[in-house]
Design a protein around this ligand. Structure first.
Ligand SMILES: Nc1nc2c(ncn2[C@@H]2O[C@H](COP(=O)(O)OP(=O)(O)O)[C@@H](O)[C@H]2O)c(=O)[nH]1
Ligand SMILES: [Mg+2]
Length: 202
């Protein structure tokens, strides 16, 4: 799908249930890639050239010497997940210094995907902490770089990040639209399950 095709893709009249979803995680974990892989509209992204100013500030920079841009604000995209539900995706950096932005993006959000790169698991701690504190329904998605999927089982990742047994954890190549779609559908389902549980508890 070229960007040109996406610009004119109208929202179906049946898409009456909009949901705001955050895509978060550490630096370079694949947030911009994920939103770009699936968005029906040309994703809005606010990449800025990284300068030396980012060195020592952007955690994980050593791992990605070829990464020359970073998202300074947020990514935005849209994806219709079924006939009715349309997801508005907001890719938000997890780094502590983007706190004010994150708080604002959080408003009205109904769920989050926390992306994890196992080469830099700590890079996602801040994002995990934020979704927990915001009490957002979320799932954890391992975006495997290189052979990381062979190196780490999902159980090992769950244990090392101390992810609650009730929180879905799956693998999701951020570049693959089918996998991204599956992850988003799983998140919508997870939220639905939580709502039903709450209803049953009352
Ligand atoms: N090998 C591999 N590279 C990826 C994957 N996801 C993203 N990338 C690359 O990793 C770099 C950082 O991704 P980006 O989406 O900019 O990260 P962000 O900082 O979280 O927005 C980009 O060059 C992507 O092309 C993946 O699943 N596998
Ligand atoms: Mg980005």
């Amino acid at each position: 799908m070229s960007h040109q095709d996406r610009v004119y893709q109208p929202l179906a009249a049946s898409a009456t249930i909009p949901m705001k979803i955050l895509v978060t995680g550490g630096f370079g974990v694949g947030k911009t890639t994920l939103v770009g892989a699936i968005s029906e509209i040309t994703p809005l992204t606010t990449e800025a050239e990284m300068t030396q100013a980012g060195a020592g500030v952007d955690e994980g920079l050593e791992l990605r010497p070829d990464k020359t841009t970073t998202t300074v604000a947020f990514d935005f995209g849209r994806i219709s997940i079924d006939e009715q539900i349309v997801l508005y995706l907001f890719g938000a950096p997890g780094q502590e210094r983007f706190h004010a932005l994150w708080e604002r993006l959080c408003q009205g959000a109904v769920g989050a995907i926390v992306l994890v790169d196992t080469r830099d698991a700590e890079g996602s701690f801040a994002a995990l902490d934020r979704v927990e504190r915001a009490k957002l329904p979320y799932l954890v998605a391992h975006n495997p770089f290189g052979d990381e999927a062979e190196r780490w089982s999902l159980e090992e990742i769950r244990a090392s990040l101390d992810v609650d047994p009730g929180t879905p954890l799956l693998r999701c190549d951020a570049r693959d639209p089918a996998q991204v779609r599956e992850a988003l559908a799983a998140l919508v389902q997870h939220r639905q399950n939580l709502l039903e549980q709450e209803g049953a508890d009352e």
